[in-house]
Design a protein around this ligand. Structure first.
Ligand code: CDP
Length: 213
């Protein structure tokens, strides 16, 4: 059983993915953490996130055990991640480990930008989670405020717009809804309501597949 969840920054897909994985006894991979970890490792080695050779080296030597590092959520790492994520060398280096994770029993929930379109095009269920840029900026602002953020709400909104543009208009694996993905707009939904909507879509698939706890 594979559930693919894609969507733009701060759309709520990560929280939703964790809830769904716990509910159905599936494993969870936040694929954004892979790109964030590549950016972290380049910066830690005094490399340049715009240099494909530095990025490829970091992607090939990524320690998958380091994906829970709290530093991955640091300000600036998300921006840097979306720069390395544009590079074909980086995406290629990270593809196999994502597919292996997805295909290991009992299956998994993966969230990112290209899961339904590139990484797991045959996923049992695909969600494309969206929310207005303003709602997403509000959520990110609250998250950042809890961590002593100094950015204004307007700056957070500008960052969201910049990241959306970079993710949607890149040449390789851009953020896009797979044709067979269900659209879930969380602009006016809290996490409980979004989770309930997702469960309504997933339950029938689980009953048919009969393969998760
Ligand atoms: O948590 P947030 O939505 O802000 O970002 P993230 O999911 O951690 O992803 C960080 C960056 O990695 C994104 O802006 C994308 O550029 C990139 N990414 C990607 O290209 N493909 C994925 N499957 C996941 C993330």
């Amino acid at each position: 059983m594979i559930v693919a969840i894609d969507g733009p920054a701060a759309s709520g897909k990560g929280t939703l993915a964790r809830r769904i994985a716990a509910h159905y006894g599936l494993r969870h991979l936040d694929t954004g953490a892979l790109y964030r970890a590549v950016a972290r490792d380049i910066l830690a080695n005094d490399g340049d996130v715009t240099n494909p050779a530095d990025a490829q080296h970091a992607a090939r030597h990524l320690d998958l055990g380091s994906l829970t590092d709290p530093a991955l959520r640091n300000r600036g790492i998300g921006e840097a991640a979306s720069i390395v994520a544009k590079m074909p060398e980086v995406r290629k280096a990270l593809l196999d480990c994502q597919r292996t994770f997805a295909n290991t029993p009992p299956g998994a929930v993966l969230d990112g930008r290209d899961i339904g379109t590139v990484v797991c095009p045959g996923a049992d269920l695909k969600l494309f989670v969206i929310a207005s840029p303003e709602a997403r900026a509000n959520r990110r602002f609250l998250e950042l405020t809890a961590e002593n953020n100094t950015l204004t709400k307007a700056e957070v909104l500008a960052n969201i717009h910049a990241r959306d543009a970079r993710d949607q208009f890149r040449d390789i694996a851009p953020l896009a809804k797979a044709e067979d993905a269900h659209l879930l707009d969380t602009t006016n939904l809290d996490i409980e309501a979004a989770f309930s909507a997702a469960v309504e879509l997933i339950d029938p698939v689980v009953s048919r597949a009969g393969c998760v706890s």
